[in-house]
Design a protein around this ligand. Structure first.
Ligand SMILES: C[S@@+](CC[C@H](N)C(=O)[O-])C[C@H]1O[C@@H](n2cnc3c(N)ncnc32)[C@H](O)[C@@H]1O
Length: 202
């Protein structure tokens, strides 16, 4: 058991209404035009949003990566049953540590990273971002959402970001910034602020 599987052992079991009305779904809708081809959600937990992403007709397949086997079992045994077979067959899950993805270079058209980078220890962040860069195709997009500073803080958060820090880390990994902003749709007080952004691989 590594340091991540030890601390990341929870399962997101939320209602369809909660998942459908969450800001993550709003972001998926807002950026529906960039979703296409092979998509990965990096740190997908119980995978509900992988299935929502697969509802986009331009998306061929969605792979959810997570180190938490319990959450991936829930994704397959419970959440998968909430979607049609047409959507379900586009989605699969892989137990993988984001610091070392067992996946080919330049495979994905789009990567989704929702509320996961704050779970990555500072000493691993560069590796995690490099791995994302490696598995993305040239011109592929990274769609990002994470808490702003210590918003939504909890025991599993081990890294904190403002706009400058996340931009610097991604630019140092060679990504190009397309959009980056403080997203106040979860609430208009700082403990509810998020960072939303789109970056592109050169
Ligand atoms: C807060 S959840 C976010 C889940 C989903 N993206 C969402 O927004 O609902 C963070 C997820 O990242 C996963 N995670 C954290 N560190 C990881 C690592 N090193 N490798 C793989 N998954 C990791 C956790 O297991 C957890 O499921």
């Amino acid at each position: 058991m590594n340091k991540y599987s030890k601390k990341e052992n929870y399962v997101f079991n939320f209602s369809d209404d909660w998942n459908r009305s969450h800001n993550k779904t709003k972001i998926i809708d807002q950026y529906s035009d960039i979703l296409k081809g092979n998509v990965a959600e990096m740190g997908c937990n119980s995978g509900y949003h992988c299935f929502i992403i697969a509802e986009n007709q331009n998306v061929g397949n969605v792979i959810g990566f997570d180190i938490n086997e319990k959450s991936l079992t829930f994704a397959n045994d419970v959440n998968r049953k909430k979607f049609s077979s047409e959507i379900s067959k586009k989605v699969s899950f892989i137990n993988s540590d984001l610091t070392k993805l067992d996946y080919d270079d330049s495979y994905f058209d789009v990567l989704i990273s929702f509320h996961t980078l704050e779970h990555i220890f500072p000493e691993d962040l560069k590796n995690v971002l490099k791995e994302k860069y490696r598995v993305l195709k040239s011109d592929g997009k990274l769609l990002l959402s994470l808490p702003y500073k210590n918003a939504f803080d909890c025991d599993q958060h081990v890294n904190y970001f403002d706009l400058e820090k996340i931009e610097k880390e991604l630019i140092e990994t060679n990504f190009i910034k397309e959009e980056l902003y403080i997203d106040k749709r979860m609430g208009d007080t700082p403990q509810h602020f998020c960072i939303t952004g789109v970056f592109k691989k050169r």
